[in-house]
Write a protein that binds this ligand. Structure first.
Ligand code: LLP
Length: 408
């Protein structure tokens, strides 16, 4: 880390390629081992850098995209369009057109309006598009409410109550331009407990019994497996997630006499989160006697928003003195003009001085993909390391990049 900071500067995001590959392979192999068939699709919203998209594709994964921009990222990375799933709760006509032009493997249809728009676009082209319907199963996982999606009160998907989902399935089945091959749910993110999957599977299987299983050969159970941000968090490994999810589907369908569908899963965070670390240089250290000591880093909420948005807690290290005893407490803050710009509220570290390098592990998911240019800060460079070698995959943003769109 010290050598990388010297070579590429800070703030820097460093990914361990072997870690991404190992997680992808663990998911892939575990799904094969269940024997239910199906796909592992990387939820690219976690980080849609081209290098990582290529790596997960090389490991045999499909890719989920949630906007025209993410779709373009996947296409530019060379992902075969048939292996791309198009998500989004409010896809524009232009985004749907882009998905149809590319020939994506599936559009995950979120609502009745989207059926109207997609059907019209397909009719105009004289084509039939493979779709899944996203349902809101009405179960609430244990996670921050900002990243919980399966509950009834959600902007995502067709609600099961009041007949909206039944009507959605009936309409899709009637349409000559839509080929409904399955259903989709996503329950929430950063889940450390998998109990919610059997609940959701039972709800969806009841629904399938009501509408009939004809043509519903795919059950996409979404993503959600958490990672450890702090030592007390103990996420299940990918294989346990796959077994729990595929097992829940197999049990729920077979116990109702329904043919067991293929199971798709869409991990994002767990594929890339642990592989990525953020690296910062310490500048000002300010001690307020009897109150606390602040240590200011050369980035902040512009590339690491999760602490401010979700109260996420990280466990930093001093990269240049990692073996020294962590016997002091610091509030690690960024350089934005905001008191909320606190990256780690109570970081236990060795005595910190200007010039030290702070490394924040488990920062590879939902960091860069949620980054902004607040206060005119430029977004960090990204380096991938493999077998002891580093390569720059995204250069640091420049001021010219910041102002490139200004016309007047
Ligand atoms: N599939 C769908 C339809 C999703 O909406 C998501 C995440 C995933 C898959 C991937 O979930 P994962 O395996 O990463 O948990 N920005 C938040 C997380 C938002 C997740 C949104 N949807 C955070 O930083 O915690």
């Amino acid at each position: 880390m010290v050598a990388l900071a010297a070579e590429y500067g800070t703030p820097l995001v460093v990914y361990d390629e072997a870690c991404v590959r190992a997680m992808a392979a663990a998911y892939r192999d575990a799904l094969v081992a269940t024997g239910v068939g199906g796909e592992v699709a990387y939820a690219s919203k976690a980080y849609f850098g081209r290098a990582v998209l290529r790596i997960v594709a090389e490991e045999g994964l499909a890719v989920d995209v949630a906007s025209g921009g993410e779709l373009d990222a996947a296409l530019r990375a060379g992902i075969p369009p048939g292996r791309i799933h198009m998500h989004g709760n409010n896809k524009s006509a232009a985004e749907l057109d882009a998905a149809l032009t590319a020939g994506v493997g599936a559009v995950v249809v979120d609502n009745a309006h989207e059926i109207d728009v997609l059907e019209a676009r397909c009719a105009a082209r004289g084509i039939t598009q493979t779709i899944l319907l996203r349902l809101t199963p009405g179960v609430s996982p244990e996670t921050h409410h900002y990243i919980s999606t399966g509950q009834v009160d959600s902007k995502f998907g067709f609600p099961l109550a009041e007949g909206a989902a039944h009507e959605g399935v009936a309409r899709a089945r009637r349409s000559p331009h839509l080929d409904l091959v399955g259903l989709h749910v996503h329950l929430g993110s950063q889940l450390l407990d998998l109990d919610v999957f059997p609940q959701a599977a039972a709800v969806v299987a009841d629904f399938v019994r009501e509408v009939g299983p004809e043509g519903l050969a795919v059950m996409d159970m979404g993503g959600g497996l958490g990672i450890a941000y702090t030592p007390d968090q103990k996420p299940p490994p990918p294989a346990a997630f796959v077994e729990a999810v595929a097992g829940a589907v197999a049990d729920a369908w077979s116990s109702r006499g329904l043919p067991v569908p293929r199971v798709t899963i869409e991990p994002g965070r767990s594929l890339v989160g642990r592989a990525g670390v953020n690296l910062y240089e310490v500048g000002a250290v300010k001690d307020i006697p009897g109150v606390r000591t602040y240590a200011a880093l050369d980035g902040g909420m512009s590339e690491m928003l999760r602490p401010m948005l979700y109260g996420a807690v990280y466990s930093p290290l001093l990269a240049n003195r990692a073996a020294e005893e962590a016997d002091a407490t610091y509030r690690l803050v960024g350089k934005h003009c905001e008191s909320s710009d606190v990256l780690v509220a109570d970081a236990r570290l060795p005595h910190v001085r200007a010039g030290d390098l702070v490394c924040i592990p488990a920062a590879g998911a939902y960091g860069l993909s949620m980054a902004s240019n607040y206060n005119g800060l430029t977004r960090p460079a990204v380096v991938f390391v493999r077998d002891g070698h580093a390569r720059l995959v995204t250069r640091r943003e420049t001021h010219d990049d910041l102002f490139a769109r200004e016309l007047d």
